[in-house]
Design a protein around this ligand. Sequence first.
Ligand code: HXC
Length: 516
Amino acid sequence: MSNEDKLQSLIDRRKKAELGGGEKRIESQHKKGKLTARERLLEFFDENSFSEIDPFINHRSRDLGLEKNIIDGDSVITGYGKVDGRKVFAYSQDFTVLGGSLSLVAGQKIAKIMDLALKTGCPIVGINDSGGARIQEGIDSLAGYGEIFEKNTLSSGVIPQISIISGPAAGGATYSPALTDFIFMVDGIGQMYITGPDVVKSVTGEEISHEDLGGAVTHASKSGVSHFISSNEKDCFEQVKTLLSFLPSNNSEKPPSIDYDYKNNEINEQLNNIIPDEANKPYDVLEIIEKIVDDNFFFEIQELFAQNIIVGLARVSGTVVGIVANQANKLAGMLDIDASAKASRFVRFCDSFNIPIITLVDVPGFMPGTHQEYNGIIRHGAKLLYAYVEATVPKISIILRKAYGGAYIVMGSKHLRGDINYAWPSAEIAVMGPEGAVNIISRKEIANSENPEAQKEELVENYKNQFANPYIAANRGYIEDVINPSETRKKIISSLEMLENKVDSIPPKKHGNIPL
Ligand code: HXC
């Protein structure tokens, strides 16, 4: 064979490999409203930047008819490319090849680029569309999964790991995404569950659709397994790119800051008028966040889950920050199990990747009730304490209104190694709310009074004046200053600048024992 023939043979073979399971299956993929694995990568990466690795790998199984079903590259495409000019690794499962099922070599192929991403300190994005373990390969396929889980775990906190679910992800196949930092699900085509509707029905008798059991809305709003939901794949890729624009490539870098001319918008008078005069009246903390961050752009994470706490990324004067804020208009901003888990995971993510944390506090306390207690609010709330204490990134917090009891301590207080803690004049920092406090400490006095109602009102008012304000905390140095709300952005900018080279640490240890 001449060299020319050899070259032609390579071209032909590559062309065939690029068709994966063939034209018919590609058509069927499109009919389901899904892009193919290759189309996804081309859509995701900057033009002409994708380089493929291992296009000619084959499975080595000779059982149950697989010997007649050998396709170059097997059921996943792997490689690297550029996203907005920055290097990113990716894999994309090919549903047209045996339903994207994971063979041993597909697992090894994924593990190989995970290794490369780790060694070169770059983010990795996995596009999942698979029927799970390749049934014909049995235990070998499970070994393939095991290798991926190992790499996921070892890469955690070193490089950002992102999962896109744009097809089925069932059984153990859900655990690689679950080990990554963020899960993006495409509505209508992405589904994740440990056991499908048929198994659910046979075991529990429940009848439920695939979508209700494990669709994008379910995981975005009920389980909190996913972080983002998108209406189609292209939108999903845009969301992933936006997320990446906030992240460093690895844990030894700072997140990418940009030059930003903030001088003319440091002060925002509107911030003086958002908190209502009445302590129990709700307001939308997003309005405050948007007025503090650059270009009013806040990239919210887990928008539909545990809405009583808001988390997300933004820039302040060009510096990337993570924001945690109690949402007064959902459950009065109380901390419950889901909110604690959501916020602690986010705080730990920020800390892993050198992202300063800004906490906006308006929290009346932890959610009471048997549901919360029986399901372990103590353990879950402790996660948030743990996460804040452990975090060594710059930590700035601003108490907007209520900061009561344990919840005051949890929300990035000075006592948890907060660097700069401010309060607005509307802040009420106390062991508990005035009503609750008076009911406990003045119960007898109220009961014995000639006019209990009036007596209680007076005591509540006295308590408010004496304790429910920011000045006792300021007097003790638990907050650095009581600031004019309109100057909040200016104060954050100056604090971030001051803390830019902050160095802090935790005692040497193998790893801590966070209450999981
Ligand atoms: C081998 C598979 C496969 C699998 C699908 N296929 N899943 N081949 N192993 N796990 C093949 C099908 O036989 C079919 O081949 C082709 O892929 C397309 O599948 P369809 O069923 O026609 O597609 P669709 O109707 O869209 O249904 C998709 C599906 C369904 C919902 C994912 O295929 C399905 O239920 N698959 C099995 C899922 C599952 O139970 N997997 C094992 C989970 S246990 P042909 O040639 O007929 O077109 C597991 C353990 C992991 O994953 C543990 C890790 C620790």
